[in-house]
Design a protein around this ligand. Sequence first.
Ligand code: GDP
Ligand code: MG
Length: 600
Amino acid sequence: MEQVLTRQQGELVALERRLVLRVRDALAKSDGPSADLERLASLVNEMDELFLLVVVGEYNTGKSTFINALLGDEVFAMGDLPTTRAISILSYGEAGPPKAIGENVHLFHYPLEVLRDLDIVDTPGTNSIERMEEAITRGFVPRADLVLFVTSLLQPLTASELDFLTHIREWGKKVVFVVNGVDRRNSDEQVDRVREYLTREIATRLGASAPTMYFISALQALRGKLAARKEFAAPNSSGATPSAAVSDPRNEYPALERYVLETLRETERVRLKLLTPLGVLRNLLKGNVASLDKRLVVVHEDARVLRSIREQLDAYSAEMRSDSERYLIEVRNVLYELEGRGRSWFERTIRIGNANFLRNKDAVENRFRAEVVRDSPQAIEGVVHRMVDWTVQRNLRLWSSVFAELDAHTARLRESGALAPHGDTEFHYNREELFARLREPIERRLGEFDTDKEAREIVDSVKEAVTTAFGVNILAIGLGGILVAAFTTAALDVTGVLTATVFAIAGWLIIPARRRRLVNEFEAKIAKLNADLATLLRAKFEEQLTRYERQILEIVAPYARFLETEQTKLESSLAELRGAEQEVTTLEQRVMATFPEERN
Ligand SMILES: Nc1nc2c(ncn2[C@@H]2O[C@H](COP(=O)(O)OP(=O)(O)O)[C@@H](O)[C@H]2O)c(=O)[nH]1
Ligand SMILES: [Mg+2]
């Protein structure tokens, strides 16, 4: 049976070791805290070490006295001052002066049988004014396989003790409560009341039902043993019964000693030893899952902001596209009126009586300009200018609202602590940097935004396009000038048809038919001009809109990529850690099933 258990123990240790390494790798990959990584690295070694029975409690509760009682010797200094600044590890061996091993750790030896199986650790008292001592003890807690928590009958469970117990429980440690100083009781009822009180408080405040609890007098026990020793060394030297103190029926020291010397030498020790790494893993995993979860929330928040910026951009573009149509309608109306004027001009002008006038190209052109073209080019130019101004203004507004959104988001994150300067992990660092990168160009652009210059650039490009489209090669000053030239081409065509020869040969006979054809041609020209202008303006507008969209997307894109990578990384790390948590539970159950708890 023993062999089977040993083999099973070996198997479980191997599984645990593999799990510890797996968690260590997962934490390293997810930029886990270096303290956690160090803890896991030492955990691997500690698994091979002896069982650690760690005695904790506030100073002066009798920790050192209790250990001395176990040894039946005064190995540790007992006193009223919180002087035990170091952790004292007691191992099996010849007694002698302690050795300092590492910072704040002293190694003692004593030839007590039980020490072959376990090391006993005396810790500096918590709650002394020396915060250092408490920190040393707290740091040692994760290593414990079992914690003996010593409190005093006269002051059971102070606020700071509760705080310390919470810390111990976070590491999943089994705690045995030792209430010391029963010799100082006023009555037996006092002991019963304290037991009831502690059982209740431990259950409600720490969630541990039926705690293991021993009411002892370490001092009586120690004195008894020392006296027995003396008696052994010099029999019949005194008539007093040395075991009188130990025979106090309310002193449960003998039961506690049995627990340490006997129970702990059996499967209980193996069980607890196997549970220790699992408790440590569970605690580290819990903390890291929580912090990754928090990071994931931040990443989701950020992604939401980017999505909202993209949505704003989409809404802006859609709205701009549909709103821009109204400028095209204005252009069409100008041309429509021009067409109307042109039609009646042809009616009035293309007549036999005007033959002389019609032969004068310059005169026709001038009159056509004065009576048909009129201010249409200026009107169209005005529409184009207004359209451009509107586009530029709206774009500026989009940038401002994107900026405001980012700003509000940063403020929210800062408030929630997600951007706190103490967050010195790579995650926060990258994030801050990207935020700065994201804001900087927007801020700069808002500062430099020159509406006039933007508008001028757009009008220039429209001008260039009109020049190419209508084949008017003029280095004109304004868009209007180019349009005048374009319209006049229409008039020139009119005069081109009405040559002198036509009048001479066909005379008045063909005039009405000619006129009709001219009007038709003119209408077709205007329709084409309208279509060309609309296409042109749409294209220019679309070009502009696309440029604006690209400008914003270019700024947002690296950030979006970062978030995407970060999210994938976080999610896979979380899955990994959650899987490990599952594994901890499975192993815990196996340990409990293989080495069941002994009820005493
Ligand atoms: N009356 C009484 N005094 C005790 C008992 N245990 C320890 N003391 C005294 O309390 C003081 C502090 O004990 P010590 O073991 O040094 O406490 P530690 O600081 O927790 O290690 C010493 O003077 C001990 O003699 C006890 O059970 N009864
Ligand atoms: Mg002490």
